[in-house]
Design a protein around this ligand. Structure first.
Ligand code: KDG
Ligand code: MG
Length: 402
């Protein structure tokens, strides 16, 4: 069995997605997501110039060997561009293998460990009152876990607050939008949000929150401690995690569960965080961290310390990643939760999929493979639109972490 074609499809049904389609000499094909928000064309070039020529003629059944070839063979290891390209190949090859076996992907991985995948939705509002209403609306939709973000008085364009009614799409302009950040205002405001939320919805709903890399370790420790009375399911990305040791300080001061890892690419990005038990949830996901092949190594390593998974699932991860992640989530023994920001109807139409939401859970479906397709004719109707993520500055103009 041989790979005869590998093509890169770029489409923008409301936002940009990069998809790799690998075709075999037996007519079976598989697709993988290679989207890197705001840097899509870098991955397209990497795939077209450096990966596709290696794939042609290879045996698609040799997933592990292909992964090792692309990882070790690059010499320049890791990084978001390389690892997304590897992830796209990996997911397409698992899709092919599962289709050939006539099995849903979760069955190849070891079978179901649960009936459905617990997800959290995104509720956000311009102020506390709006966020409260949104959280209540999500409860009404059946969600059992909800991430809550709100606008902060005095902070224009706070992270996580949508400008439309449903989707928060931060990549909003060809050149980065500038936002202003105040840690003082944020730290004063956030406990008030969760105090009001617990008053409104009680303690039976799981609540989550994302600090989006904005704090120093000691500020993060303070935030974690101030949120302890509200029993968060997790507090996410409190500080940038290039320095894994920084989490030792945070951990000494708070029992609020910590989640990190949506921008991690390999097990090396979280090795210390995991083996020193500095976090509770690891957010690395399929497209970011080298596909199913590498993500399961991270999850297995994390399981030694009862650290659970919490795959990133924002809208910039295509339905192909969502489908593959749901199969992974259905199998992985140390599953925690899956992020679920719903895609737009235009995106769902370009990527028909077998997964569905019901009563707070997502179900991957039983179609052979990962259960997500791409309608290439429809995809071609939505050409690429250059869009970048915003940047953030402090009030005095200092460049900060967005
Ligand atoms: O592309 C950036 C988004 O994926 C990120 O801002 C979303 O932090 C995020 C989350 O938790 O979903
Ligand atoms: Mg996040």
């Amino acid at each position: 069995m041989r790979i005869v074609d590998a093509k890169v499809i770029i489409t923008c049904p409301g936002r940009n997605f990069v998809t790799l389609k690998i075709v075999t000499d037996q007519g079976v094909y598989g697709i993988g997501d290679a989207t890197l928000n705001g840097r899509e064309q870098a991955v397209v070039a990497y795939l077209q110039e450096h990966v596709v020529p290696l794939l042609i003629g290879r045996d698609p059944r040799r997933i592990e060997d292909t992964w090792q070839l692309l990882y070790r063979g690059a010499y320049w290891r890791r990084g978001p561009v390389t690892m997304r390209a590897i992830a796209a190949v990996d997911v397409a090859l698992w899709d092919i293998k599962a289709k050939m076996a006539g099995l849903p992907l979760y069955d190849l991985l070891g079978g179901k460990s649960r009936e459905g995948v617990l997800v959290y939705g995104h509720a956000n509002g311009g102020d506390i009152a709006e966020t409260l209403d949104e959280v209540e609306r999500y409860v009404g939709l059946g969600y059992k876990a909800i991430r809550a973000q709100s606008g902060i008085p005095g902070v224009e364009k706070a992270y996580g607050v949508g400008r439309g009614d449903m989707y928060y799409e931060p990549a909003d302009a060809a050149l980065p939008t500038e936002t202003i950040w105040s840690t003082t205002k944020y730290l004063n405001h956030t406990p008030k949000l969760f105090d009001a939320l617990r008053d409104r919805v009680g303690f039976d709903v799981d609540l989550l929150h994302d600090a989006h890399h904005r704090l120093t370790p000691m500020e993060a420790a303070r935030l974690g401690r101030s949120l302890e009375p509200y029993n968060l399911f997790w507090l996410e990305d409190v500080t940038p995690a290039e320095n894994q040791e920084a989490f030792r300080l945070i951990r000494q001061h708070t029992t609020t569960p910590l989640a990190v890892g949506e921008i991690f690419n390999t097990i090396w990005d979280c090795k210390d965080l995991l083996q020193e038990q500095l976090v509770d949830f690891i957010r690395a996901t399929i497209v970011g961290a080298g596909g199913v092949t590498h993500l399961r190594r991270i999850a297995d390593f994390a399981s030694v310390w009862q650290i659970r998974t919490g795959c990133h699932g924002a809208t910039d991860l295509s339905p192909v990643t969502m489908g593959a992640a749901l199969h992974f989530d259905t199998w992985v023994p140390n599953f925690g939760i899956q992020e679920y920001m719903r895609h737009s109807p235009e995106t769902d139409a370009v990527f028909p999929h077998a997964y569905h939401f019901e009563n707070g859970l997502l179900f991957p479906g039983d179609t052979p493979g990962h259960g997500v397709e791409i309608d290439e004719a429809l995809a071609a109707k939505y050409p690429y639109e250059p869009k970048q993520l915003p940047v953030a500055r402090l009030e005095d103009g200092t460049m900060w972490n967005w």
